[in-house]
Design a protein. Structure first.
Ligand SMILES: [Fe+2]
Length: 470
């Protein structure tokens, strides 16, 4: 477990540095253990790669420009490259060397006037990566995906599925010319469809549910919404797309008038949330109240007869992270600490059961298997830890106690599942980053890869097994 005294320097480094590109793929050494023969494919990750522009800090840690990392495993060797996503906003700010756009948690310098009625935000393209229908996309939840070459990491274009993600109508073109396409899509293993969503401001507000066929054709179903809840993730089951809508309130005028950034315009009422189960076949949605709480990430979900089970990581309220100093100034800010939970939705009785899976802190979860045999994986810490930076990799299997492999004083990022192994990025203070290869079964470290540079911790990534990556 990382001690508080180590934290300030660690966090400042992990989120405050400027990543350097490695545009040409290079061999990277395995400095411990050996790469398994079965590990063949490409790991693609995305995350904020720089946190300031022209000497001015962005207003939120998640506003950093998208930085892609690629790690290819073949014949017991690993090769590495890394590049920024060249969005049009990145190119413009690079040329001007100053902040030109508002962001998720950033207003332009200069106070109210430079921000009032400016609804063109920087597409940070920094949250995740998905490959589907022959396209490899860097994702950001507030705007269009960016297509890139999965081999060279070269940015190809802003990708709208042949215009399907471009807004229509006068009002839409003024206030939101691009339809949001979240950073947490799901690909159905049975149909090959990609499902995704976005929340769009308007009259009325809308929850947009996108379906992309295996051939790459996008269609959208729009559900009118009275409120504009903040939703970051969804789950896909055999019959439903499931959202859990928190009791968040978005102060639209404050953002429109430039008084506050979008994230600073979000607050949360102490009220139940709503589980919204939208039938994949187009039927009417089913809505049920769920206990108060806020979930960024679901690890997975499954159906069992008339029951739909969701598992994820729940905060007691909306975690406000205006500045990383919050975690030092408010060591008991419990809304920054989240636990693994399960929601068991009984569709015949119309009930929702809420269960805490383990008394630990967790984030960045994923799931292997489903039902009674599912394994939940993520980063975590024991509850004695009083800050949201989690130094262990965690495994929860069945109903048993969690297994934790603490990597302190290094800081692990999202473990990405690659067959029987996990690929875990490590931020190391004052040293170049590493990637550890662990077994899914017992979290043993089987190999440690040395990267050539220090980089901020990535957010989300994806594994392309050799047959998919070819
Ligand atoms: Fe996320």
């Amino acid at each position: 477990m990382i001690q508080p005294a180590q934290m300030r320097a660690l966090v400042a480094g992990a989120f405050g540095q400027l990543a350097t590109e490695v545009p040409e793929s290079i061999d990277v050494p395995v400095i411990e253990g050996a790469l398994p023969d079965t590990l063949r494919g490409v790991l693609l990750r995305n995350g904020p790669g720089r946190s300031s522009r022209g000497g001015v800090e962005y207003g939120h840690p998640f506003d950093g420009d998208g930085f892609l990392q690629r790690l290819e495993f073949r014949d017991g060797r690993a090769r590495y490259s890394a590049r920024f996503v060249r969005t049009r906003e990145f190119e413009a700010e690079e040329a001007a060397d100053r902040i030109l756009y508002r962001g998720f948690g950033t207003n332009r310098p200069g106070g109210f006037l430079p921000n009032a009625l400016r609804m063109r935000f920087k597409n940070a393209a920094n949250t995740s990566v998905v490959q589907h229908a022959g396209h490899t996309l860097a994702l950001w939840e507030g705007g269009l995906p960016h297509r890139f070459d999965p081999d060279s990491l070269e940015t190809l274009d802003r990708f709208s599925y042949d215009g399907a993600l471009e807004g229509t109508g006068f009002l839409q073109r003024i206030i939101g010319p691009e339809l949001p396409f979240s950073a947490h899509p799901s690909i159905c293993p049975e149909t090959g469809e990609l499902w995704n969503f976005g929340t769009a401001y308007g009259a009325p507000h809308r929850l947009l549910i996108h379906t992309v066929s295996p051939a790459g054709d996008l269609s959208t179903r729009a559900l009118p919404m009275r409120d504009l809840p903040f939703v970051h993730d969804m789950v896909l089951t055999r019959n439903f797309v499931v959202f859990v809508l928190p009791a968040t309130v978005f102060d639209v005028p404050a953002t429109l008038l430039g008084l506050r950034s979008p994230v600073d315009s979000i607050s949360m009422r102490d009220a139940p949330g709503k589980a919204l189960l939208v039938p994949r076949d187009g039927g009417p949605p089913i809505s049920l109240a769920v206990p108060p709480g806020f979930v960024f990430h679901w690890s997975g979900a499954w159906e069992d007869g008339d029951t739909v089970v969701l598992e994820g990581i729940e905060y007691p309220g909306f975690p406000r992270l205006e500045s990383l100093d919050v975690v030092f100034d408010q060591p008991d800010a419990s809304e920054l600490l989240a636990r693994p939970i399960r929601l068991t939705i009984d569709l015949s009785k119309r009930t929702v059961e809420h269960t805490v899976l383990a008394d630990i802190w967790m984030e960045l979860p994923s799931q292997v298997g489903a039902g009674a045999h599912r394994v939940m994986l993520g980063v975590g810490a024991p509850q004695s830890c009083r800050h949201p930076f989690l130094s262990a990799v965690v495994r929860i299997a069945g109903e048993g106690p969690p297994l934790m492999h603490d990597l302190a004083p290094d800081l692990p990022g999202e473990p990405v599942v690659a067959g029987d192994h996990l690929l875990v990025p490590l931020y190391r203070h004052g040293a170049a980053a590493q990637v550890v290869v662990m077994t899914v079964d017992d979290l043993a470290v089987v190999a440690r890869i040395q990267l050539p540079h220090s980089v901020p911790l990535p957010l989300h990534g994806t594994w392309l097994a050799a047959d998919e990556a070819a």
